[in-house]
Design a protein around this ligand. Sequence first.
Ligand SMILES: [Zn+2]
Ligand SMILES: [Zn+2]
Length: 284
Amino acid sequence: MNFTQQRLQRLQTLQKQRPQFSEIFSFYLALYTFLDAQTDAFLTMHPQMANREMKQKEGFPLLTSADLRVDRQKTDDFLRRLAEILETNGHQGKEELAHLREVIDQGRLSTETLFRACLDRDRRPLEEGANAAEVSPALLEYVLDTALSYALLRAREEGLEVSTENWNRGYCPCCGGLPSMGEIFNQDGMRRLHCATCSTAWNFPRLRCAYCGNADPESLEYFTAEGDDNHRVDVCRKCSCYLKVIDNRTVVADLPMDIEDVSTLHLDLLAQKEGFTRGKKEQS
Ligand SMILES: [Zn+2]
Ligand SMILES: [Zn+2]
């Protein structure tokens, strides 16, 4: 089973288990059905392997924006169809998505620059690109992130490998992205973090904030939601960020974490009500 099929299967199970989120699952089912049907790679990665071990030790992720190869025509074609799927199956931004499709049709979206900016988490080109396309930066970022995530997951499935051993940073060893979910398996004091962008997983101390590096146990806490024993939310009072964590001492392991992320919105709402925000990068 490939990664798109694994996600489709998990979404079908979730739709039965958590009917309150049925609308969200239907949206992602449509998205992954579309992704599962893709054959041509529009974006490929060509990482520099020279001095890789040393670079990794110094905290450099495997991929830099210079390693991306963008096939302009295939990319435009993919983005146009992706926008159409989002427009048909989502509830938000329908007009903007229709407009974005026109901009892509006219060849006016500088896709290569924008994907590089996405990987570098460089907001300025994204904002400029959004202004030029007359869509909101948030919408453009969502479309590009979805496409980049798919391309990275696919590249990983097709053999792009990164060593996660001895990686002790709060960001992804493969693409530099931030974790969106964590897992705990036992009492060894570690959490397994999962990159929000490419789904690479690596171990990280439980008592350290992945976002700001804070390791003071006084300001690191967690809470759980009533009636949900399988999850907890780790919070850092220093940078006010939170991380949703699956407790795999109680549930099955090896779930696609990006899908677990969208199926635990009740935890985001709780954390945000308490004044915490999703992790942002503060230090390397
Ligand atoms: Zn990553
Ligand atoms: Zn923190």
